[in-house]
Structure formats: structure tokens, C-alpha cells
Design a protein around this ligand. Structure first.
Ligand SMILES: O=P(O)(O)OC[C@@H](O)[C@@H](O)c1c[nH]c2ccccc12
Length: 261
């Protein structure tokens, strides 16, 4: 079994258990559920957007512990100061060391910048939960969902006012998505092998219509690469480890953004 299959199998059990413990009605009553989510699309398209989606990630299956010292509060403040287009926060605990409290805390600190709840969505419950914890955007990973699931979960998110980042790694996955006005993230990292390949992403980008926003994800650590990717029509850049592996991720992000210009 590859790591992605393992994570998904685990996630399905986790959500089944959660569904027994938490009533959807309770989520709907939470204060954050009433807010109007911020739009990732708008943020990425706004004039002068840095395009950087900066991630809070303590650990990962491919890298082990990345940073277990910094707090979500200080990193959120640093990323906001750096003028990121959005924040991405991992909420998977078993493989990435995250939790939903991180999103709740970040939301209580900032109300200006979209928050992506980064998890492996396998159930509509997680989408309702995303809204309840104050997230603005969810991730749908094409590698682990069927065409119907992508459509139905996309629709549920949209009905709740949440934006969706659809993640693909190859043509087969891209073919599962209805490509109109969507935000498409091309993951440079193969989630099954952890191999990172930028070339492959650039090729795939040419298969995405202009009505979509293109986001390049993973393995980005050189500001010059961002400038290059912009020429291929990318408007968003999801960066985690390059910031998180430093002592002060917020500061690293500020310096990085200064270098893109
Ligand atoms: O840390 P990196 O290499 O900059 O990558 C960030 C982000 O793209 C990566 O964490 C990611 C992309 N898609 C995912 C899906 C699940 C968990 C994590 C991810």
C-alpha cells in the first residue's frame, strides 16, 4: 500500500468515529459558521497580490519533523506581515501533526486573509467542519476522490460559500475535474512516491484553460522559480517546508516575498 492509500484508509476511520461524536447541527451553530468566507480567487487575482500561499506544517510523512517549536500564533502573525495571499494550515494529526485548533487560533488572529484548511477530505462532514472552524477554502485531492465525489464535495463547499482548491498531479487526475472557473493546484510532489518534478507540472499547466486559476504546489524554495512559473500562467504558489524549516517561518516568508519583487 502506498502512503496516500494508507492516509486515506486511516482518514475514513477517523471521520467515521468523529461523526459518532460530533453532531453536524452543533457545527452549524458555531459562531464561525455565520461568517462570510473570504475568497481565495479574489485574493490571488487582486492587483499586487504576492500569490504566496504560506503553509503551517509541523511534520510530514516524507520529511518527518519539520518544526515542532514555533506556534501557530507567531507564524500566522509573520505570514500576515509578509503579505501572503493566503494561509494554508494542515489539520491532519496522525501524519502531519496538525489539528483543527490551529485553524481556529489563526482565524481568531486574522480576519483579512483566506485560510485553507489542508486535509484529506473524504466526507462532507469535514467540509461543514471546515466552515465551522473559520476556514475559507478546502482542498480536494483528485488522486483520492472519484469524479462524482469531486463534483459533489465541490458543490457542497460552494453552497457553504467556501472556495475549493482542486489538487492534481497528472493528466488522468485533471480529467476528473470539470475545468471551468476552478482553482487548480498542480502538486509538484507525487503523493505516492514523494518525488518532486517541476517540469511535469509545467507541462500539465498547458492543459488547464485560462478560465481557471493555476497554483503550483510543493518543493518551491527559490524566488526565481516563482518568477519563472508566473510566465507559465501560475498565479498562486503554495510553500510550506521552505519557511517552516527555519526558526522564524514568518520572517523567512517576508524575505522570500521581498525577493520576488
Ligand atoms: O512543503 P512544501 O514542499 O513547500 O509543500 C507544501 C504543500 O504543497 C504540501 O504540503 C502539500 C500539497 N498537497 C498536499 C496534500 C496533503 C498534505 C500536504 C500537501
Amino acid at each position: 500500500m502506498n502512503i496516500l492509500d494508507k492516509i486515506i484508509a486511516h482518514k475514513k476511520q477517523e471521520v467515521a468515529q468523529l461523526r459518532k461524536e460530533v453532531q453536524v447541527e452543533k457545527l452549524v451553530k458555531s459562531p464561525n459558521f455565520k461568517r462570510t468566507p473570504l475568497s481565495l480567487k479574489k485574493s490571488l487575482l487582486s492587483v499586487g497580490s504576492t500569490g504566496i500561499i504560506a503553509e503551517f506544517k509541523r511534520q510530514s510523512p516524507s520529511k518527518g519533523i519539520i518544526n515542532d517549536k514555533v506556534t501557530i500564533d507567531e507564524v500566522t502573525e509573520g505570514y500576515i506581515k509578509a503579505n501572503v495571499a493566503a494561509q494554508s494550515i494542515l489539520t491532519d494529526n496522525d501524519f502531519f501533526g496538525g489539528n483543527i485548533m490551529d485553524v481556529l487560533k489563526a482565524r481568531s488572529i486574522q480576519e483579512s486573509t483566506p485560510i485553507l484548511r489542508k486535509d484529506f477530505i473524504v466526507d462532507g462532514f469535514q467540509i461543514v467542519e471546515a466552515k465551522a472552524i473559520g476556514a475559507d477554502v478546502i482542498l480536494l485531492i483528485a488522486a483520492c476522490l472519484t469524479k462524482e465525489e469531486l463534483k459533489n464535495y465541490g458543490k457542497l463547499a460552494e453552497d457553504l460559500g467556501l472556495d475549493v482548491l482542486y489538487e492534481v498531479h497528472n493528466q488522468e487526475e485533471l480529467d476528473k475535474i470539470e475545468l471551468d472557473n476552478k482553482i487548480i493546484g498542480i502538486n509538484n510532489r507525487n503523493l505516492k512516491t514523494f518525488q518532486v518534478d517541476l517540469e511535469h507540472s509545467i507541462e500539465l499547466a498547458s492543459q488547464i484553460p485560462d478560465s481557471c486559476i493555476k497554483v503550483s504546489e510543493s518543493g518551491l524554495s527559490d524566488p526565481r522559480v516563482i518568477t519563472g512559473l508566473k510566465e507559465y500562467g501560475f498565479q498562486g504558489f503554495l510553500i510550506g517546508e521552505n519557511f517552516m524549516k527555519t526558526e522564524d517561518p514568518g520572517f523567512s516568508c517576508q524575505e522570500f516575498i521581498k525577493q520576488i519583487g
